[in-house]
Design a protein around this ligand. Sequence first.
Ligand code: HSE
Length: 356
Amino acid sequence: MRKNVYNLALIGFGTVGRGFSEILIKKRRLLEDYGLEVKVVAICDIYWGSIYDPNGIDLSKALNLVESKREEKILEKEYDAPYKGWDAVKTIKETNSNVIVEVTWTNLETGEPGLTHVKTALSEGKHVIMTNKGPVAIAYHELRDLAYENRVFMMYEGTVMSGSPAIRFIREALAGVKIIEIHGILNGTTNFILTKMEEGWSFDEALKEAQRLGYAEADPSADIDAWDPAGKAAILVNTIMGGRIHPKEVEREGIRGISKESVQEALKEGYKIKLIAKIWREGEEIKAAVKPQRIPQTHPLASVRGVLNAITVKTDHLGEVTLIGPGAGRLETGQAVLNDLIAIHRYITSGSKFYA
Ligand code: HSE
């Protein structure tokens, strides 16, 4: 079978970049069956260093170096690559990559540095897969136009509900319905903390565990103060609802004011406290809000526990349709990157139009 060759540059080799690399090693055979020949030709990480080999990097070796030594610039020091030390922009522009995987940290104020990485990649005519929420939350329309102009795909499934396919679920599986309203639980860390507080853990203990498990953002106040779900709500408004909103315009209240005692009191009264994101239409405008709410224990969202997320889409012809699944995690988010890669391949080989 003829295979399409995808040379990937990983911009970021943190939790998600490494989670995806592990998956790639495991799923190489499956990708071949799908008709993809995938190589990672470059890894560029601000802490671990930057390496480029046009013939492909040995991912097991790179993973092993980082996991076992955990030393700054370890890839440059100990991985024998023909080119080293290139910054992200040079890596995007000058490597023989044709797919840029942007998995650096999220910045919901400016989108940077991810935004520059994505713009550079699209302008160079390279497909982009990102789990970084900043660029798509802040500059979706501009990036979409850039992707169209350069005839490439821009994929961002992992930005909302990690590997649970929220974007494709709405955009493709529900194509044709009118979306009246969306509500859901879009942050794994806070849902994990709220669940653990029901079980008697303190806020701080639960947050530490969420960090240990790789759910929390680099700065966990992004989760606690609901910036992260506000960013995800903005992504849904901009990409799926046809609206235009900045994360700062999403009404927002986090879970800082929620104590173990209040969670347990709600429980006794037949409620659960959940951080609920809501997107709705108001005339021509699409609005969004994220706030903690008391949900009756009989409500489907009350049963969404731990790092699980959920999205309920209220439609004209189907009533309410709900997707429940993991919302964070290294392999879970790595899976979103794999899914986007397979999607790009499917679209290319079926002659689909480029889109973002
Ligand atoms: N910090 C995010 C969460 C990661 O907890 O949901 C996934 O976007």
